[in-house]
Design a protein around this ligand. Structure first.
Ligand SMILES: Cc1ncc(COP(=O)(O)O)c(C=O)c1O
Length: 386
C-alpha cells in the first residue's frame, strides 16, 4: 500500500522544481558568495536574486531579509537580539501560551537571564485578546511576540492589528510565520520582525530567514565574518537559499482553495463520528485539521494509522517524542486525557483527494474497532474485579 503523508505541519516533501533549481549549486555553481571571482559572483547573484523574491513575497525591502538556518534560529535571533539590544529601555517581553517551543524556550532562557516574560492566555480557539495585550504592556515592555499561524490548531492571528497596537505603544513586534507563509497573505508594513522557513513550504530543511525592519535596534547573535551585514555571520547556504526562493515561487494561490476543500472534507466526515471534536477555529490554516477522539489515546490511533501507511502526528513535530500533553491543546482548555487523544492531520498541495477518502474510511473503521475494544476491556476489568 502506498504511503499517505499527512504530517505537512511537521515538514513537507521537497517540490521537484525546487530540487532542480538547487542541484547546480551543489555541483557546478559551488562558489562562496563572499568570494570576488566568477564562482563567488555567480553565488552572490543567486543569493541576492533569492533575497529579492522572498522580500517581495512579504512586501519587504531585500536588505531587511537576513538568512538563517530556519525557524528556530530566526525566533532565537529575533527575541534574544531585541532583548539584549534594548535592555536599557526595559526587560519585559510579552508572548503567548501557544507559541512554538523555539519561542517559549527562548523566553524561558531569558527569564533565567534577568528578563520578565508575560505568557498571554488564549481563548478556546487560540486567539489572544487585544485589550488584555494592551493591559499587559508596561513602560518596561520592549517586545511582543505572537505567532501568525499556529502549528497545532491552525489559528490565524490578525498580526497587522497586533502590530498596530504595538506600534502605538512603541514596542517592537515579532511574529513567527513559519506555518502561515504562502498560505495567508503577509504584509510587513507594520511588523518589525518576522520569522520564515523553507521546509514548511516544500523547500529544503535547514534554511529560513528573519525579516528585520530597517532601523530596528537588534543585536547580532552569531559572530564571525561580514556576511549578512554582520547580522548573521557564516558562509551562506546558497543551495538552500535558492531552494527557499523557488519554493516561494512555486506556492501558487490556487493551492489554497484546493487544500481548504480537502481540509473541510476531513473535518466534515470525521467530526460526524460520535465524540470526535475539532480543536481550533473554523477559519484556520488551509492545511490544518486537529481532532480529539474521545477516550482513544493518540498513541493507539496514530500507531494503527502508521501500520496502514498513513502518517499523522500528535501535534508539533518538535515535541512528537514527548508523552506530555500538548501545551497548545492545554492552553485552549483541553484536559490531559483529551489532549492525549488528539491527532493532527496536515495536508499539502501534493495530497490527493482519493487519499483523503481512504483516510476517512480507515479512521471511521479504526475508531469503531478501538472503541469496541476499550468497551470490552472495561467489561473484562469490571468482571475480574468482582
Ligand atoms: C510555528 C513554527 N515555528 C518554528 C518552527 C521551527 O522551524 P525550524 O524547523 O525551521 O527550525 C516550526 C517548525 O517546526 C514551526 O511550526
Amino acid at each position: 500500500m502506498k504511503d499517505i503523508y499527512l504530517d505537512n505541519g511537521g515538514t513537507t516533501q521537497l517540490d521537484p522544481k525546487v530540487l532542480d533549481a538547487m542541484l547546480p549549486y551543489f555541483t557546478i555553481k559551488f562558489g562562496n558568495s563572499s568570494s570576488i571571482h566568477k564562482y563567488g559572483r555567480e553565488a552572490n547573484e543567486a543569493l541576492e536574486k533569492s533575497r529579492t523574491i522572498i522580500a517581495k513575497a512579504i512586501n519587504a525591502n531585500p536588505k531587511e531579509i537576513i538568512f538563517t538556518s530556519g525557524g528556530t534560529e530566526s525566533n532565537n535571533f529575533a527575541i534574544k537580539g531585541i532583548a539584549f539590544a534594548n535592555k536599557d529601555k526595559g526587560n519585559h517581553i510579552i508572548t503567548t501560551k501557544i507559541e512554538h517551543k523555539s519561542v517559549i524556550n527562548t523566553c524561558k532562557w531569558l527569564e533565567q537571564n534577568g528578563f520578565k516574560i508575560t505568557y498571554l492566555d488564549v481563548d478556546k480557539n487560540g486567539y489572544i485578546s487585544l485589550p488584555k495585550l494592551q493591559e499587559a504592556i508596561t513602560p518596561r515592555t520592549i517586545l511582543v511576540s505572537v505567532m501568525h499561524g499556529n502549528n497545532e490548531i491552525g489559528t490565524i492571528n490578525d498580526i497587522d492589528a497586533i502590530a498596530r497596537l504595538c506600534k502605538k505603544n512603541k514596542v517592537y513586534f515579532h511574529s513567527d510565520a513559519c506555518q502561515s507563509f504562502t498560505k495567508v497573505d503577509i504584509d510587513v508594513k507594520n511588523i518589525d520582525l518576522l520569522t520564515l522557513n523553507a521546509h514548511k513550504i516544500h523547500g529544503p530543511k535547514g534554511v529560513g530567514c528573519l525579516y528585520i525592519k530597517d532601523k530596528t535596534k537588534i543585536q547580532a547573535w552569531q559572530h564571525g565574518g561580514t556576511q549578512e551585514n554582520e547580522m548573521r555571520s557564516g558562509t551562506m547556504n546558497i543551495h538552500g537559499i535558492v531552494g527557499f526562493a523557488v519554493a516561494v515561487k512555486q506556492a501558487e494561490k490556487k493551492h489554497i482553495p484546493y487544500m481548504k476543500k480537502l481540509r473541510d472534507k476531513l473535518i466534515k466526515e470525521l467530526t460526524s463520528i460520535e465524540d470526535v471534536m475539532l480543536s481550533g477555529p473554523k477559519e484556520r490554516l488551509c492545511n490544518n485539521v486537529n481532532l480529539m477522539f474521545k477516550d482513544i489515546p493518540n498513541e493507539s490511533l496514530g500507531g494503527h494509522l502508521d501500520k496502514k501507511n498513513i502518517y499523522t502526528s500528535a501535534g508539533s513535530a518538535c515535541s512528537a517524542k514527548s508523552s506530555n500533553p500538548s501545551h497548545v491543546l492545554k492552553a485552549i482548555g483541553l484536559s490531559d486525557d483529551d489532549a492525549n487523544s488528539s491527532i493532527r492531520l496536515t495536508i499539502s498541495k501534493f495530497t490527493k483527494e482519493d487519499e483523503i477518502d481512504y483516510v476517512i474510511k480507515t479512521i471511521q473503521d479504526l475508531v469503531k474497532k478501538l472503541r469496541k475494544k476499550s468497551f470490552l476491556d472495561k467489561v473484562v476489568d469490571f468482571v475480574s474485579k468482582k
